[in-house]
Write a protein of this length. Sequence first.
Length: 276
Amino acid sequence: MENLKGKDVFYAICDSLRSLDQRPIDHGIRTAYIMYKMLKHTGKYAPAVLADFFVLAALHDVGVYKTENMDNMLNYEFNKYRAHSVFGFLLLSEYFPPMESKAKMLLFHRVGYNKIPKRDYMWRFETDVLSLAEAADVYHHAMGQNFDSHMFKKQVGTKYSQEVFDLLNDLCAEEKIFEKLRYEEYMPEVEELLDNLHLNDLAKQQYLDFAMFCLGLQSTNIKAVVVPDWKEDVAKAIAGDKASAQEKFWDRSDSIAWNVDSLHSKYLAVLQVLQV
């Protein structure tokens, strides 16, 4: 796989998701761009780290492919976000090893800054950035030129921290990131950033495996099953105990059973396209 770049296998995941519905992953890419620009603006992150966070942010709504009606983005992003947040967390933590350490960011990305854990959780700031970046993309996509990044001021202290709110507005004062998004002029920056996504052969294979996995998220060959080893941290974070977490938010699955034979041809097709 030496001729295969990190961004090639990342784009394989994006293409798999886009084949199901382009809206969530396109929103994910835009959100990831905003988050990348915000983190870069702090001057505290190396390019390879920024590329890693970009991938995570691009996949922040991967759970909606299994749990939501994607025709109503505002509803599942701001009202009924828990199901896809939990599903996305489990998908990344169980089936995408390169993002396992950051998977909890999906679990907390819509709960609000004041509810993000303060102890035993190392991504509090980055999760806050992801949350505001996502909201900014949703509203900018809906409002176009009428969008104003100061519109989130009333939610400072609850949904977003003052630090992250100021970070976004400082960035907007220096760079026209939303104009680039509006006219789709941001992808050259994304391409340059993803040149820093350095993966070994094992990680490349894991990216390709996840691309195959994503191809079947809406397949009737995937059955949702409840298994006994429900994750304690998910249960505590969402509902406080196993039973209520399963009953309230996991009526579909906390594990996925795959019909490998039916997906194998799709998997081979992905490998063929990438010339692996």
